[in-house]
Write a protein that binds this ligand. Structure first.
Ligand code: NAP
Length: 264
């Protein structure tokens, strides 16, 4: 616990799981909080518990990020409250069903919450962060961003967006004082799995991390200055090799003529 004041962190999906742990840890680090999710009752009891424990100011902003009017309220908060120094884009929903067993409207709702909401919230937060020369955007992606065969493909695609968007935000904003981090958790023990259609107890225990351990590792990655944090990955050299291979492609990704193998 610290008495240092670090401004306000707005955390989406703070009513449970990973977001609730971020709220706890960030308050202990010295942030005031604005907690966003649909379940107002859960947000309020978490807010009371955290402010009793840490003495920090904790506001709740109940909102359904899949609904445009609610999302705009959160955007407005990010645009107008200059005390906000951190945005944690954590709210998200998953799915395990393959394409042929999935409901297209549920897939669309997932994109609304997992893609549209974090994109619009980053656009709302970034101009103020740049104007004030400081701010942090943490985007919770998933390991499926780089392993889209693992769960539902729309879920994987939504998290690939979050990763690519974070890399682009970093590229554009790092020299303007804005820190960006994409977190790629593996399976984490939260309600996510039950809600996605596969209770976490059905997964092999050795691949499941506790939400506390996951968030503590992600915050350690943030302190270490990482753009991408994969809490499970034992050897960072493996990620660095993956990135090096991607970057090695870049000079040849757009050329004026097709590769020789496509010659008629
Ligand atoms: P969780 O316990 O189900 O929490 C999801 C949070 O998002 C809840 O607070 C929920 O609150 C909120 N949320 C869902 N739909 C929302 C909406 N329409 N509007 C506003 N808030 C909404 O799951 P979690 O594991 O902590 O998930 C957090 C993030 O981690 C997600 O982005 C997920 O994709 C990612 N992730 C999870 C895992 C995992 O294995 N658990 C792995 C990789 C990545 P309300 O229901 O109150 O709205």
């Amino acid at each position: 616990m610290t008495s240092e004041h670090k401004g306000t962190a707005l955390v989406t999906g703070a009513s449970s799981g990973i977001g609730a742990i971020y709220a706890d840890r960030l308050a202990k680090q010295g942030y005031d909080l604005i907690l966003v999710a649909r379940n107002a009752g859960k947000l309020r009891s978490l807010a009371n518990a955290i402010s009793d424990k840490t003495g920090r100011s904790v506001e709740v902003l109940p909102a359904d990020l899949g609904k445009s009017a609610d999302l705009k309220q959160v955007e407005k908060m990010l645009r107008t409250d200059a005390s906000i120094t951190m945005l944690v884009n954590n709210a998200g929903i998953g799915a395990v069903a393959p394409l042929l067993a999935s409901d297209i409207d549920a897939m669309q709702s997932m994109i609304d919450v997992n893609v549209t909401a974090p994109m619009r919230l980053a656009y709302a937060a970034a101009p103020g962060f740049v104007a004030r020369g400081k701010g942090t955007i943490i985007n919770i992606a998933s390991i499926v961003a780089i392993s889209p065969e693992t769960l539902n493909g729309v879920y994987g695609g939504s998290k690939a967006f979050v990763l690519a968007f974070s890399q682009s935000l970093h590229h554009e904003l790092a020299d303007k004082g804005v820190r960006v981090q994409a977190v790629l958790p593996g399976a984490t023990a939260t309600d996510f799995w039950e809600l996605s259609g596969r209770p976490v107890e059905h997964l092999p225990a050795e691949i499941v991390m506790s939400a506390d351990a996951m968030v503590d590792a992600a915050l350690a990655g943030l302190r270490q200055g990482e753009l991408v944090t994969i809490p499970s990955l034992p050897d960072i050299a493996d990620w660095q090799a993956f990135e090096a291979a991607r970057n090695a492609l870049r000079p040849n990704l757009s050329l004026g003529r097709p590769a020789r193998r496509y010659a008629a």
